[in-house]
Design a protein around this ligand. Structure first.
Ligand SMILES: Cc1ncc(COP(=O)(O)OP(=O)(O)O)c(N)n1
Ligand SMILES: Cc1ncsc1CCOP(=O)(O)O
Ligand SMILES: [Mg+2]
Length: 569
């Protein structure tokens, strides 16, 4: 293990650069094992912090790359200073999820641990003040924090520690969510803290985000019942020192809209949106403030940050209306808009298996039109005949119609345990939650599709050469479609690779392969006879869908394939 002792000499240290040299041969060996070509390149350039500790930690962990400034990408960074919510709807957990959803890095300083669920807060244990200080120093002395966002600050001491630490380690912006009472009505910061908020914290804030109760508490119990009251409150709170005040009117009685007032000392902005009627509002305040912090960390001005944050929370609330977590009156919502598609669906996507490629049915809108069938009917017939995977290749369809058909086909496919892929259209695959996509060399690159679709979706790539097959593997594809093996009328200007070309691609490929192009009942056996283990099946368009009976033709092809030597199955 390399450690700090290996770095004895600080050749030059000033505000901007720190050069390190190892003390002995074993350190040099260690460094060269890490493929750092030149020690002089270990230059840590940072206006604010010298990262010796971070560097040694990286070396200790055997990281393969020691800090190379030019290749480091600055990621917007929010530090949340808040309490933990064991139910994970609010607090630190909400902040982490909101920042992840907004694509911002989020570090955490925990001020208190709450035992909490959808019913209420059953217990609170404050983190010792010294340890809050230690967490703050750890993060702020090493990581480049852009914006600090505060939530539950349960003691006067913690507020003071935070403010003093921020003077030592200044950040671009401070977002203060003056949490006092949880959504369930439990007290999270008592009234004794109000004067410290007013005198110490608020003057440092770039924006504060009180709800009506919090605004009222900060203003000595002022009645807030109308939008005009909110404007007055925003002005009075602004007089306490924060640069911007967002008074949230979520609790305003008798309003069909959710109205928030933003005041920057000059202008009032009345931000209105339709009120979303849902039980799942636990954590909206924390999430809104975190999202504002995230947008500020990206460099957006306050007004845009607040508008984006409001839109984000509304979208998530609307999406999460039917989600049922916990039995209490206030449930959490889904920050990442990802939970629903899997929960309601009794027929979920199952993991991809190469043997799925055995009888691969590829639809064609023109053929279905010619035979007067819907895509869904065609898909159903192919599955009944033995298709083991289906691809919707609807080149002429309008997007709206295509999406509706895809949803209908997905229901059929899922109920039969058959994967459904979408040709070319990654957007449609995402919109209907299909099992994956098939892309060609001139379509969206597979690595981009993988980023958009996530790790579990199936991605197939068309390849005619070993180089393309290698690239498909590197890009994270699951299988390769190789062809046209034989001449075809289905795809124009498509060069034919023949059985030899197919064999060359299969041999070069680390991925399973399906053959395509001019394949049908008469020649499927010959294709499979080339006898390479990773050739797993045939993909067929016209031999199934340009026929009177899809069912009959699929059954015939199925029995031909069963009689042939399909690699590895
Ligand atoms: C299984 C399978 N293999 C190859 C293709 C062809 O895809 P691509 O090269 O993108 O051409 P189009 O199908 O988009 O015309 C495929 N669709 N399926
Ligand atoms: C989409 C595609 N990619 C290579 S050949 C081909 C068309 C296959 O259609 P058919 O099975 O009717 O020959
Ligand atoms: Mg394509």
């Amino acid at each position: 293990m390399a450690s700090a002792a290996f770095f004895s000499t600080c050749l030059l240290a000033n505000k901007n650069y720190l050069f390190l040299a190892p003390t002995n041969a074993s350190a040099k060996g260690y460094i060269s094992n890490l493929r750092v070509p030149n020690l002089a390149s270990i230059v840590l350039r940072n206006e604010r912090f010298v990262r010796l500790r971070g560097l040694v930690a990286m070396v200790d962990e055997g990281a393969s790359k020691v800090s190379d400034d030019d290749s480091r990408m600055k990621i917007p960074h929010v530090l949340t200073v808040a309490g933990s919510d064991s139910g994970a709807g609010a607090g630190i957990q909400a902040d982490l999820k909101a920042c992840a959803a907004r694509r911002v890095y989020c570090s955490t300083v925990i001020t208190a641990v709450t035992a909490q669920n959808t019913v209420g807060v059953q217990g609170v244990s404050n983190v010792p003040e010294d340890f809050v200080a230690e967490q703050l120093k750890s993060v702020l002395s090493d990581m480049e924090v852009d914006v600090v966002k505060t939530g539950m600050l349960p003691s006067i001491g913690i507020v003071k520690i935070l403010c003093n630490t921020l003077k030592e380690f200044p950040v671009q912006a401070l977002v203060v969510d003056p949490v006092m009472v949880s959504t369930s009505g439990d007290v999270l910061a008592g009234p004794s803290i109000l004067s410290t908020f007013r005198e110490v914290l608020l003057p440092m804030a770039d924006i504060i985000t009180p709800n009506l109760k919090e605004a009222s508490a900060l203003l000595n119990g002022m009645q807030l019942e109308t939008v005009d009251d909110m404007r007055s409150a925003a002005r009075l709170l602004h007089n306490m020192g924060p640069k911007n005040v967002l008074v949230k009117g979520g609790d305003l009685p008798d309003s069909s809209d959710a109205v928030d007032i933003l005041y920057d000392g000059l202008n009032f902005y009345e931000l209105r949106s339709p009120r979303i009627r849902t039980r799942n509002t636990h954590g909206t305040g924390c999430s809104l403030a975190s999202c504002i912090a995230a947008e500020l960390a990206k460099g957006y001005p306050v007004v845009s940050a607040v508008k984006v944050a409001k839109r984000y929370v509304e979208t998530a609330l609307g999406y999460s209306k039917e989600i049922g977590i916990g039995n209490g009156p206030q449930g959490p919502f889904d920050h990442l808009l990802r939970l629903k598609s899997h929960s309601q669906d009794c027929h979920r996507q199952r993991p991809f298996s190469p043997s799925d490629l055995f009888l691969y049915a590829v639809t064609d809108s023109r053929m279905n039109k010619r035979w007067g069938r819907s895509i869904a009917d065609a898909v159903k017939a192919a599955i009944d005949g033995g298709a083991t995977i289906v691809q919707l290749r609807e080149k002429d369809a309008e997007t709206k119609d295509f999406l509706e058909s895809a949803k209908a086909c997905l229901r059929i496919c899922r109920s039969h345990g058959v994967p459904l892929l979408i040709n070319d259209r990654v957007d449609v695959a995402i919109a209907c939650d299909a099992d994956g996509v098939h892309v060609g060399q001139s379509d969206m690159p597979a690595h981009v599709a993988r980023t958009l679709l996530g790790p579990e979706k199936i991605i197939g790539v068309s390849c005619k050469t070993p180089e393309q097959a290698q690239q498909a593997w590197v890009d994270g594809a699951d299988y390769i479609g190789c062809g046209g093996v034989y001449p075809t009328n289905t795809k124009e200007n498509n060069t034919t690779v023949g059985l030899d070309g197919l064999k060359t691609v299969c041999t070069a490929s680390k991925l399973p392969v399906v053959a395509i192009g001019g394949i049908g009942v008469s020649n499927a056996g010959a294709v499979m006879e080339i006898g390479v283990p990773n050739l797993k099946g045939v993909a067929v368009v016209s031999a199934l869908f340009d026929r009177e009976s899809i069912l009959t033709e699929t059954k015939k092809l199925h029995s031909v394939l069963l009689g042939s030597n399909v690699g590895g199955t």
